[in-house]
Design a protein around this ligand. Structure first.
Ligand SMILES: [Zn+2]
Length: 279
Protein backbone atom coordinates (compact mmCIF):
# COMPACT_ATOMS: atom_id res chain seq x y z
CA UNK A 1 0.00 0.00 0.00
CA UNK A 2 1.04 3.58 -0.63
CA UNK A 3 1.91 5.47 2.58
CA UNK A 4 3.81 8.60 3.57
CA UNK A 5 7.17 8.18 5.30
CA UNK A 6 6.25 9.63 8.72
CA UNK A 7 5.67 6.47 10.77
CA UNK A 8 8.15 4.41 8.75
CA UNK A 9 11.04 6.75 9.49
CA UNK A 10 10.03 7.20 13.13
CA UNK A 11 9.98 3.41 13.55
CA UNK A 12 13.36 3.14 11.84
CA UNK A 13 14.73 5.79 14.22
CA UNK A 14 13.32 4.05 17.27
CA UNK A 15 14.47 0.59 16.20
CA UNK A 16 17.87 1.54 14.78
CA UNK A 17 17.61 0.58 11.13
CA UNK A 18 17.39 2.53 7.86
CA UNK A 19 15.01 2.34 4.92
CA UNK A 20 16.55 2.51 1.46
CA UNK A 21 15.35 5.22 -0.89
CA UNK A 22 15.91 3.95 -4.40
CA UNK A 23 15.81 6.19 -7.46
CA UNK A 24 13.78 4.77 -10.31
CA UNK A 25 13.80 6.06 -13.85
CA UNK A 26 11.91 3.46 -15.92
CA UNK A 27 9.67 0.43 -15.49
CA UNK A 28 12.51 -2.09 -15.12
CA UNK A 29 14.20 -0.12 -12.35
CA UNK A 30 10.87 0.12 -10.51
CA UNK A 31 10.12 -3.59 -10.93
CA UNK A 32 13.63 -4.47 -9.76
CA UNK A 33 13.36 -2.57 -6.46
CA UNK A 34 9.79 -3.70 -5.79
CA UNK A 35 10.76 -7.35 -6.31
CA UNK A 36 13.51 -6.90 -3.71
CA UNK A 37 11.02 -5.33 -1.27
CA UNK A 38 8.64 -8.25 -1.76
CA UNK A 39 11.36 -10.85 -1.41
CA UNK A 40 12.63 -9.23 1.81
CA UNK A 41 9.11 -8.30 3.02
CA UNK A 42 10.45 -4.82 3.85
CA UNK A 43 9.22 -1.24 3.42
CA UNK A 44 10.59 0.78 0.52
CA UNK A 45 10.89 4.42 -0.46
CA UNK A 46 10.60 4.66 -4.24
CA UNK A 47 12.06 7.96 -5.43
CA UNK A 48 11.85 9.96 -8.60
CA UNK A 49 14.49 12.69 -8.76
CA UNK A 50 13.69 15.96 -10.49
CA UNK A 51 16.76 15.47 -12.71
CA UNK A 52 15.36 12.12 -13.94
CA UNK A 53 12.00 13.44 -15.12
CA UNK A 54 13.28 13.36 -18.70
CA UNK A 55 13.22 9.57 -18.47
CA UNK A 56 10.08 9.26 -16.35
CA UNK A 57 7.71 12.15 -15.80
CA UNK A 58 6.04 12.98 -12.48
CA UNK A 59 2.69 11.94 -13.94
CA UNK A 60 4.07 8.63 -15.26
CA UNK A 61 5.81 7.80 -11.97
CA UNK A 62 2.69 8.65 -9.95
CA UNK A 63 0.55 6.44 -12.13
CA UNK A 64 2.77 3.34 -12.29
CA UNK A 65 3.97 3.43 -8.67
CA UNK A 66 0.37 3.75 -7.44
CA UNK A 67 -0.57 0.80 -9.64
CA UNK A 68 2.09 -1.47 -8.11
CA UNK A 69 1.82 -0.13 -4.55
CA UNK A 70 -1.90 -0.95 -4.50
CA UNK A 71 -1.10 -4.57 -5.38
CA UNK A 72 1.67 -4.98 -2.81
CA UNK A 73 0.91 -5.66 0.83
CA UNK A 74 3.90 -3.64 2.10
CA UNK A 75 4.37 0.05 2.95
CA UNK A 76 5.61 1.79 -0.21
CA UNK A 77 6.43 5.51 -0.22
CA UNK A 78 6.44 7.50 -3.45
CA UNK A 79 8.98 10.25 -2.89
CA UNK A 80 10.02 13.21 -5.05
CA UNK A 81 13.79 13.46 -4.65
CA UNK A 82 15.82 16.67 -4.91
CA UNK A 83 12.98 18.96 -5.80
CA UNK A 84 14.73 22.19 -6.70
CA UNK A 85 11.82 23.77 -8.55
CA UNK A 86 8.82 24.61 -6.33
CA UNK A 87 6.34 24.24 -9.22
CA UNK A 88 7.52 20.64 -9.82
CA UNK A 89 7.37 19.82 -6.10
CA UNK A 90 3.81 21.13 -6.14
CA UNK A 91 3.07 19.01 -9.21
CA UNK A 92 4.34 15.92 -7.32
CA UNK A 93 2.13 16.85 -4.33
CA UNK A 94 -0.90 17.23 -6.58
CA UNK A 95 -0.14 14.00 -8.49
CA UNK A 96 -0.28 11.78 -5.43
CA UNK A 97 3.32 11.51 -4.28
CA UNK A 98 3.28 10.76 -0.54
CA UNK A 99 6.62 12.40 0.27
CA UNK A 100 8.70 15.20 -1.25
CA UNK A 101 12.15 16.65 -0.80
CA UNK A 102 12.57 20.38 -1.22
CA UNK A 103 16.25 21.00 -1.84
CA UNK A 104 17.34 24.50 -0.95
CA UNK A 105 20.71 23.30 0.29
CA UNK A 106 22.62 25.52 -2.15
CA UNK A 107 20.84 28.63 -0.87
CA UNK A 108 21.75 30.80 2.13
CA UNK A 109 20.29 29.46 5.43
CA UNK A 110 17.35 31.90 5.63
CA UNK A 111 16.29 31.32 2.03
CA UNK A 112 16.45 27.56 2.51
CA UNK A 113 14.23 27.95 5.59
CA UNK A 114 11.68 30.06 3.70
CA UNK A 115 11.59 27.76 0.65
CA UNK A 116 11.18 24.71 2.89
CA UNK A 117 8.47 26.27 5.06
CA UNK A 118 6.38 27.05 2.00
CA UNK A 119 6.46 23.41 0.84
CA UNK A 120 5.89 22.06 4.38
CA UNK A 121 2.68 24.12 4.63
CA UNK A 122 1.36 22.80 1.31
CA UNK A 123 2.42 19.19 1.88
CA UNK A 124 1.29 18.78 5.49
CA UNK A 125 -2.18 19.94 4.53
CA UNK A 126 -2.36 16.81 2.35
CA UNK A 127 -0.65 14.47 4.82
CA UNK A 128 2.51 14.37 2.68
CA UNK A 129 5.87 14.18 4.42
CA UNK A 130 8.71 16.59 3.63
CA UNK A 131 12.48 16.16 3.61
CA UNK A 132 14.91 19.05 3.33
CA UNK A 133 18.68 19.36 3.35
CA UNK A 134 20.98 21.51 5.45
CA UNK A 135 24.64 21.74 4.61
CA UNK A 136 25.15 20.50 1.08
CA UNK A 137 25.94 17.03 -0.29
CA UNK A 138 27.89 17.70 -3.45
CA UNK A 139 28.88 15.60 -6.43
CA UNK A 140 31.54 12.90 -6.14
CA UNK A 141 34.35 11.98 -8.55
CA UNK A 142 33.09 11.42 -12.10
CA UNK A 143 29.90 13.26 -11.24
CA UNK A 144 28.70 16.08 -13.45
CA UNK A 145 30.90 19.11 -12.77
CA UNK A 146 32.09 18.07 -9.29
CA UNK A 147 34.30 21.16 -9.15
CA UNK A 148 31.17 23.32 -9.19
CA UNK A 149 29.33 21.25 -6.66
CA UNK A 150 31.46 21.06 -3.52
CA UNK A 151 30.04 19.58 -0.37
CA UNK A 152 29.48 21.75 2.64
CA UNK A 153 29.30 19.82 5.90
CA UNK A 154 26.23 20.28 8.11
CA UNK A 155 26.83 22.04 11.42
CA UNK A 156 25.03 20.85 14.55
CA UNK A 157 23.68 24.31 15.32
CA UNK A 158 22.29 24.89 11.81
CA UNK A 159 20.66 21.46 11.71
CA UNK A 160 18.97 22.07 15.05
CA UNK A 161 17.74 25.55 14.13
CA UNK A 162 16.63 24.46 10.67
CA UNK A 163 14.55 21.56 12.00
CA UNK A 164 12.89 23.80 14.59
CA UNK A 165 12.16 26.67 12.18
CA UNK A 166 10.78 24.59 9.30
CA UNK A 167 8.84 21.78 11.02
CA UNK A 168 10.20 19.47 8.32
CA UNK A 169 9.71 15.70 8.84
CA UNK A 170 13.22 14.49 8.02
CA UNK A 171 16.55 16.12 7.40
CA UNK A 172 19.32 15.24 4.93
CA UNK A 173 22.73 15.99 6.39
CA UNK A 174 26.14 16.40 4.79
CA UNK A 175 28.73 14.37 6.71
CA UNK A 176 31.24 13.43 4.02
CA UNK A 177 29.31 11.46 1.39
CA UNK A 178 28.78 12.73 -2.17
CA UNK A 179 26.47 11.96 -5.07
CA UNK A 180 27.64 9.66 -7.86
CA UNK A 181 30.66 7.36 -7.84
CA UNK A 182 33.75 7.78 -5.64
CA UNK A 183 37.43 7.22 -6.23
CA UNK A 184 38.15 5.09 -3.16
CA UNK A 185 35.93 5.23 -0.08
CA UNK A 186 34.73 8.50 1.44
CA UNK A 187 35.76 9.64 4.89
CA UNK A 188 32.62 10.09 6.93
CA UNK A 189 32.48 12.46 9.89
CA UNK A 190 30.81 10.12 12.39
CA UNK A 191 31.43 12.43 15.33
CA UNK A 192 29.47 15.16 13.57
CA UNK A 193 26.67 12.73 12.76
CA UNK A 194 26.46 11.57 16.34
CA UNK A 195 26.29 15.17 17.63
CA UNK A 196 23.62 16.12 15.08
CA UNK A 197 21.61 13.05 16.07
CA UNK A 198 21.74 14.07 19.72
CA UNK A 199 20.50 17.58 19.02
CA UNK A 200 17.97 17.00 16.23
CA UNK A 201 14.83 15.04 17.05
CA UNK A 202 13.61 14.21 13.54
CA UNK A 203 14.90 11.28 11.42
CA UNK A 204 18.16 11.94 9.56
CA UNK A 205 18.80 11.10 5.91
CA UNK A 206 22.02 10.20 4.13
CA UNK A 207 22.42 11.08 0.46
CA UNK A 208 25.18 9.66 -1.72
CA UNK A 209 24.95 6.20 -0.15
CA UNK A 210 26.27 4.39 -3.22
CA UNK A 211 29.88 3.26 -2.91
CA UNK A 212 30.22 4.67 0.62
CA UNK A 213 31.45 1.33 1.94
CA UNK A 214 29.36 -1.28 3.74
CA UNK A 215 30.95 -0.68 7.15
CA UNK A 216 30.61 3.09 6.84
CA UNK A 217 26.94 2.75 6.02
CA UNK A 218 26.32 0.32 8.86
CA UNK A 219 27.95 2.70 11.29
CA UNK A 220 26.00 5.68 9.94
CA UNK A 221 22.77 3.74 10.49
CA UNK A 222 23.85 2.85 14.03
CA UNK A 223 24.49 6.55 14.69
CA UNK A 224 21.03 7.67 13.62
CA UNK A 225 20.63 7.62 9.82
CA UNK A 226 17.08 6.37 9.06
CA UNK A 227 16.96 6.69 5.27
CA UNK A 228 19.79 6.12 2.79
CA UNK A 229 19.53 7.20 -0.83
CA UNK A 230 20.82 4.72 -3.41
CA UNK A 231 20.99 5.44 -7.11
CA UNK A 232 24.43 4.97 -8.65
CA UNK A 233 24.98 1.46 -7.29
CA UNK A 234 21.67 0.28 -8.72
CA UNK A 235 22.70 1.42 -12.17
CA UNK A 236 26.18 -0.07 -11.71
CA UNK A 237 24.64 -3.41 -10.69
CA UNK A 238 22.42 -3.37 -13.78
CA UNK A 239 25.36 -2.45 -15.97
CA UNK A 240 27.60 -5.15 -14.47
CA UNK A 241 24.99 -7.78 -15.28
CA UNK A 242 25.03 -6.72 -18.91
CA UNK A 243 28.73 -6.19 -19.52
CA UNK A 244 29.63 -9.85 -20.00
CA UNK A 245 26.50 -10.84 -21.88
CA UNK A 246 25.36 -7.93 -23.94
CA UNK A 247 27.07 -8.93 -27.20
CA UNK A 248 24.95 -12.04 -27.55
CA UNK A 249 21.85 -10.61 -26.02
CA UNK A 250 18.80 -8.92 -27.44
CA UNK A 251 17.40 -5.78 -25.85
CA UNK A 252 14.41 -7.57 -24.33
CA UNK A 253 16.60 -10.01 -22.39
CA UNK A 254 18.97 -7.18 -21.46
CA UNK A 255 16.15 -5.21 -19.80
CA UNK A 256 15.16 -8.22 -17.71
CA UNK A 257 18.74 -8.94 -16.73
CA UNK A 258 19.25 -5.31 -15.68
CA UNK A 259 16.14 -5.61 -13.52
CA UNK A 260 17.63 -8.69 -11.85
CA UNK A 261 20.86 -6.78 -11.12
CA UNK A 262 18.90 -3.94 -9.49
CA UNK A 263 16.92 -6.39 -7.36
CA UNK A 264 20.08 -8.13 -6.12
CA UNK A 265 21.75 -4.79 -5.31
CA UNK A 266 18.83 -3.63 -3.19
CA UNK A 267 18.69 -6.96 -1.32
CA UNK A 268 22.32 -6.39 -0.38
CA UNK A 269 21.53 -2.91 0.94
CA UNK A 270 18.50 -4.13 2.89
CA UNK A 271 20.88 -6.41 4.72
CA UNK A 272 23.48 -3.66 5.34
CA UNK A 273 20.82 -1.22 6.63
CA UNK A 274 19.22 -3.95 8.80
CA UNK A 275 15.86 -2.81 7.42
CA UNK A 276 12.87 -4.33 9.16
CA UNK A 277 11.87 -7.52 7.32
CA UNK A 278 9.23 -10.20 7.36
CA UNK A 279 6.40 -7.64 7.27
ZN1 LIG B 1 20.80 13.26 -3.09
Amino acid sequence: MLVNSKQLLLDAKKSGYAIPSTNIFNLNSLRGVLRAAEENRSPLIVSLAEVHTKSLSIEEAASIVKYYANKIDLPIVLHFDHGFTPSLVKEAIDSGFTSVMIDGSSLPFDENVEKTKEIVALAHEKNITVEAEIGHVGGGESYINPEYDHSQLTTVEEAKRFAELTNVDSLAVSIGTAHGAYKGTPKIDFKRLSQINQEVNIPLVLHGGSGSGDENLQKAVELGICKVNIFTDLTVAAHDKLVDNFKDMNYYDACLLAEEGIKECLLKYYSIFKTKRGM
